[in-house]
Design a protein around this ligand. Structure first.
Ligand SMILES: [Fe+2]
Length: 295
C-alpha cells in the first residue's frame, strides 16, 4: 500500500497529554536528548493548533538558525545552476530570509499577496486526503522542525527547509501554484483510495520530483530535488523518462533513497497541458479508464 509519508517520524500523544516524536535509530538526532526534546516540543505546538488561528511561533535556537543559514546559502548557489527559470523568478519574488528560519505565519504573509497560499502547521504525517484536499483552498501543511545540526546537508524526513525552501518558492509562482491547487481539487473530487493514490503519485513525480527541459538543459522544479543538497547534484544522471500520466501514477518509489526514476516535461506549457489538464477534470472513472487502457 502506498503511503506518501512513511518517512515522517510517527508522533504519539501520551495519556498524560505529552507529545513524543518517535525517531528511528538511524536518524542523525536519535541519540541527542536535546534534539529529541526540541522535536517533541515543536510537534506539540502543531498538535495543539486550532484551525483559523495564527500558526504557532517556534522559538528557534541559534543553532537551528545556523543550520538554515548553511543550507539556504548552499541551495541558493545550486538553484542558479539547476532550478528552472520559473522557480528562480518565484524565489526572487518571495524573498525568504537567508539568515534565519522564517515562521510559517511569515511564509504565509509573504506568499498570500502573490498566489494566495498560506501555511498550516503539521506535527508529522498528514493523511493524504487532508494534505492534498486543502491545497484546493490555498493551504499547505508544513512541518516546523529542522534537521539535526550534525548533518546540515542531509535529512531523512521533510523538515522546514524542505517545506519552505522547496515548496514555498514554487508556490510563489502563479503557474506552479495553480498546479498545486489543481492537484488539491482532483484529490477532493475522487472518492476511491486508488484514484487518490494515483493523483498523489503524479504529484510526487511532478511537484516533488519533477524535472523539465528549460533553457536548453534538464532543470528541476520539484521541491524534493530543489531542497536536497545531494539530490540536486545527481538528478541529471538518473533514469529520465518522458512525462506520462499512467507511468507516473503507477511507478513505485522508495522515499528512503534518492529518487532514481524521474519524469521530464518538455516545457512548463507541456506540464500544464498534460498534468494540469488531467487534474483539472479527473474523477474516479477517468483514473480507472486511463489505468485500464495501459494494461
Ligand atoms: Fe514535499
Amino acid at each position: 500500500m502506498f503511503e506518501e509519508a512513511q518517512y515522517f517520524a510517527p508522533v504519539a500523544t501520551r495519556d498524560d497529554g505529552t507529545v513524543e516524536v518517535e525517531l528511528a535509530a538511524s536518524h542523525p538526532g536519535f541519540a541527542d536528548p536535546v534534539y529529541r526534546s526540541r522535536r517533541n516540543a515543536i510537534a506539540a505546538l502543531a498538535v495543539g493548533y486550532t484551525p483559523g488561528t495564527p500558526v504557532p511561533t517556534v522559538d528557534y535556537t541559534e543553532q537551528e538558525h545556523e543550520v538554515w543559514r548553511i543550507v539556504s546559502r548552499e541551495l541558493a548557489i545550486k538553484h542558479r545552476k539547476y532550478a528552472t527559470a520559473e522557480y528562480q523568478d518565484a524565489t526572487e519574488r518571495l524573498g525568504l530570509p537567508g539568515e534565519r528560519i522564517p515562521q510559517l505565519q511569515e511564509v504565509g504573509d509573504l506568499l498570500e499577496p502573490l498566489t494566495g497560499f498560506r501555511y498550516l502547521p503539521a506535527a508529522g504525517l498528514v493523511p493524504l486526503r487532508d494534505f492534498y484536499g486543502v491545497l484546493a483552498d490555498g493551504f499547505f501543511h508544513s512541518t516546523q522542525y529542522i534537521r539535526h545540526h550534525s548533518t546540515p546537508l542531509y535529512t531523512p524526513e521533510p523538515d522546514v527547509i524542505h517545506e519552505v525552501i522547496g515548496h514555498a518558492n514554487a508556490l510563489a509562482s502563479d503557474r506552479y501554484a495553480r498546479l498545486y491547487r489543481l492537484a488539491g481539487n482532483a484529490a477532493r473530487r475522487v472518492e476511491s483510495e486508488e484514484a487518490l493514490e494515483f493523483i498523489s503519485k503524479i504529484f510526487w513525480f511532478t511537484l516533488e520530483f519533477g524535472v523539465m527541459t528549460d533553457q536548453g538543459e534538464l532543470r528541476a522544479y520539484g521541491a524534493g530535488i530543489l531542497s536536497s543538497y545531494g539530490e540536486i547534484e545527481e538528478f541529471r544522471g538518473m533514469d529520465i523518462r518522458p512525462l506520462d500520466l499512467v507511468a507516473m501514477g503507477t511507478t513505485h518509489y522508495d522515499i528512503t533513497k534518492y529518487q532514481d526514476v524521474l519524469f521530464r516535461a518538455e516545457s512548463l506549457d507541456h506540464l500544464e497541458d498534460v498534468v494540469g489538464e488531467f487534474w483539472s477534470g479527473c474523477d474516479d472513472e477517468a483514473v480507472f479508464r486511463i489505468m485500464g487502457n495501459a494494461r
